[in-house]
Design a protein around this ligand. Structure first.
Ligand SMILES: Nc1ncnc2c1ncn2[C@@H]1O[C@H](COP(=O)(O)OP(=O)(O)OP(=O)(O)O)[C@@H](O)[C@H]1O
Ligand SMILES: [Mg+2]
Length: 287
């Protein structure tokens, strides 16, 4: 049997996406490609256009212009069968305050029907909420609440899961546990597209990262390769006649060799390369 085109299409393919709110241009001529099976992060500061972009991909927001394909279909006019293939975790969570965790999951499972839905108890086990199943949603901690959001996002076993700022406000321990959950879902074959303003999160989780600033993609690469997109000159620092001397150079070894050729000792010599954080700050235009 030949797979239908939408089953083999890239997870996300975007060209020239733009969106304006009144006079604010939130997204400007943005291109994006996410492959099946990837964990892909859109990383950028507040107001960069991350939510606007992801909401357009989810079919929750209209675009002004550009081409968008998600799992082979245009989200602007895709139907129920397409919607069933994606999972969504919004930046703002909805309020199910008086229900318990298991009542909430049960209610969603019923909506999807037994055939498509995961078994609620197994789902709560998977997201680490089994011991909180009787807790009212309003009494969950922030981290537990986000796990419930993910549970609801993956209840119908989506091919592609959107997560908008999933760990904002988490303590470091909760964040690490949440990353493990995302990795687990990815290892099962779910494509993950997440937004974050934590560089550390993008670096720890994502196969590839799009750095977005002021509605544009400043760079797309693996976390390890992002530094290659900015000025990567090394900084050579040493102490001479009681004063710190600093040199920025692409060839630090050669510089040091020449500088010490006459036998001069370069006291307290250090050579540093830009870190991923330096690269990120340069890319978003703050450094
Ligand atoms: N509904 C709206 N009406 C008017 N302006 C909006 C609306 N939504 C977003 N904006 C503006 O568009 C720009 C991009 O916002 P967006 O929410 O997409 O950014 P973001 O990267 O998700 O930011 P954050 O990290 O704070 O969530 C911002 O300047 C924002 O103020
Ligand atoms: Mg946002």
């Amino acid at each position: 049997m030949t797979a239908s085109p939408s089953a083999t299409a890239p997870a996300v393919h975007v060209r020239g996406l733009s969106k304006t709110y009144g006079r604010v241009q939130a997204v400007r001529d943005l291109d994006l490609d996410v492959a099946r099976g990837e964990i892909f992060a859109i990383l950028g500061p507040n107001g960069a256009g991350k939510s606007t972009t992801i909401e357009i991909l989810e079919g929750h927001r209209k675009r002004d212009s550009g081409r968008v394909s998600v799992l082979g279909e245009d989200p602007a006019d895709a139907g129920r069968s397409w919607r069933a293939r994606i999972g969504i975790v919004l930046q703002e969570t909805s309020d199910f305050g008086v229900l318990t965790v298991s009542e909430t999951v049960g209610m969603f499972a019923k909506c999807y029907g037994e055939q498509r839905s995961r078994v609620p108890d197994e789902l709560l086990e998977l997201v680490g909420l089994a011991s909180s199943s009787g807790t009212r949603v309003r009494n969950l901690s922030g981290g537990q609440r986000r796990r419930l959001d993910v549970a609801l996002g993956i209840i119908a076993q989506p091919e592609l899961l959107f997560l908008d700022e999933p760990t904002t406000g988490f303590d470091p321990e909760a964040r690490r546990q949440f990353w493990d959950l995302i990795r687990l879902l990815a290892s099962d074959g779910t494509t993950i597209l997440l937004t974050t303003h934590y560089l550390e999160e993008a670096a720890a989780l994502a196969d590839r990262v799009a750095v977005v600033a002021a509605g544009r993609v400043a760079a797309v690469d693996s976390p390890a390769q992002l530094t290659a997109h900015v000025n990567t000159a090394a900084t050579v620092r040493w102490l001479e006649d009681g004063r710190w001397r600093v040199e920025h150079t692409d060839h630090p070894t050669e510089f040091i060799r020449q500088r010490s050729a006459d036998g001069t000792e370069l006291a307290q010599l250090t050579v540093t390369r830009p870190t991923l954080e330096d690269a990120y700050l340069q890319l978003i235009g703050v450094a």
